[in-house]
Design a protein around this ligand. Structure first.
Ligand code: G3P
Length: 215
């Protein structure tokens, strides 16, 4: 399973990258806006830190506008993946970009039928948002299970990128279902390490060691 970090914060990206577990980065307009930096300059910074797919989202909603933005963003670096919203015009852009060998990440996916459309258009990644579904009393993980099964049934090459992850169980369940990628906020990456028995065990090992070495 590939691990992407879901952030536009360069310090978080550097820290996760230094752990040696990072395969890529996803951003979205809200995350980029939070950083208050020029988008293209920020992307140029990110590609220097992580040698893997970096998702950059378009903000137009018409075919021509999205295509223009996509081509400009793709020109920044070969690792840039164009994030496109799951709307009819967006799916047309995905089809066009797939014909030009430009990688795409179809975002704001909340149903299996939407995921089928993205696969048929030749998307590189589909991003179902599990946390936002849970927020409205729908099961985000049920959607992942459906998409993984459908894509396996037909051998679709589109990779399932689980997004809107809120806690470690989202990641564990995604891995059990065979999702290809999880994009994880930095705070959740930190939580993946946590176990009270690890802390208690380490404290005891170190205390026992100190006692013996004082003698
Ligand atoms: O980047 C897309 C997605 O991961 C956003 O997550 O937490 O805003 O629902 P969230």
């Amino acid at each position: 399973m590939k691990f992407f970090i879901d952030t536009a914060n360069i310090d978080e990206i550097k820290e996760a990258s230094s752990m040696g577990i990072l395969d890529g980065v996803t951003t979205n307009p809200s995350l980029v806006a939070k950083e208050g930096k020029n988008f293209k300059e920020l992307l140029e910074e990110i590609v220097k830190v992580v040698d893997g797919p970096i998702s950059a989202e378009v903000v137009s909603t018409d075919y021509e506008g999205m295509l223009k933005e996509a081509e400009e963003l793709a020109a920044i670096h070969p690792n840039i993946v164009i994030k496109i919203p799951l709307i009819p015009e967006g799916i047309k852009v995905v089809k066009t970009l797939s014909g030009k060998n430009i990688k795409t990440n179809v975002t704001l996916c909340f149903s299996a039928s939407q995921a089928i459309l993205a696969a048929k258009a030749g998307a590189t990644y589909i991003s179902p948002f599990v946390g936002r579904l849970d927020d409205i009393s729908h099961s985000g993980m049920d959607l992942i299970e459906q998409i993984v099964q459908i894509y396996n049934n037909y051998g679709y090459q589109t990779q399932v990128l689980v997004a809107s992850i809120r806690h470690p169980l989202h990641l564990v369940e995604s891995a059990m279902m065979g999702a290809d990628v999880a994009t994880i906020p930095f705070s959740v990456i930190q939580k993946l390490f946590s176990h009270p028995l690890t802390d208690i065990g380490l404290e005891k090992f170190l205390n026992d060691w100190k006692k013996q070495n004082k003698k």
